[in-house]
Design a protein around this ligand. Structure first.
Ligand code: FES
Ligand code: FES
Length: 145
């Protein structure tokens, strides 16, 4: 059985071989903040951090993650990026928002003051069907305000 740390808690995964990280987070650990939209690696809704790297949990097999550290949106609840999204009104339906925030946190961890070009590059894999992109960019530009 693979062992992973999720939001600093150690878990032994019981899911069948072939289960995705998204399945385990949502169904086994009840961490439903991670959303699944396309389920095929195209939209970014399911993004979590695996050892600090933004990762599409819908196409990541959990059995490949033995020993990894996973951070979900629940593990970022105290991060200043969350109120930054609220201040900037950076969401409409909110379905893409957990993945957007996870990707944004990974960006500012590496580049605390990203340029617009760096923001667009880092966030390119996170689709927002509501088109909240200008406000998402504003949230990331102002996350420390
Ligand atoms: S749900 Fe994983 S990339 Fe769309
Ligand atoms: S806020 Fe609705 S998909 Fe982004």
């Amino acid at each position: 059985m693979p062992k992973v740390r999720v939001n600093r808690h150690a878990y032994e995964v019981h899911a069948a071989v072939g289960a995705t990280l998204a399945d385990v987070l949502r169904d086994e650990l009840s961490l439903t903040g991670t959303k699944v939209a396309c389920g095929e690696g195209h939209c970014g809704a399911c993004t979590v951090l695996v050892d600090g790297i933004p990762t599409l949990s819908c196409i990541t097999l959990v059995h490949a993650l033995d020993g990894a550290n996973v951070t979900t949106i629940e593990g970022l609840r105290d991060h200043p990026m969350v109120p930054a999204f609220v201040r900037a009104d950076a969401l409409q339906c909110g379905f893409c928002t957990p993945g957007q925030i996870v990707s944004a946190v990974a960006l500012v961890d590496q580049t605390p003051k990203p340029s617009t070009e760096q923001i667009r590059h880092a966030m390119a894999g996170n689709i927002c069907r509501c088109g909240a992109y200008p406000k998402i960019e504003e949230a990331i530009r102002t996350w420390r305000d």
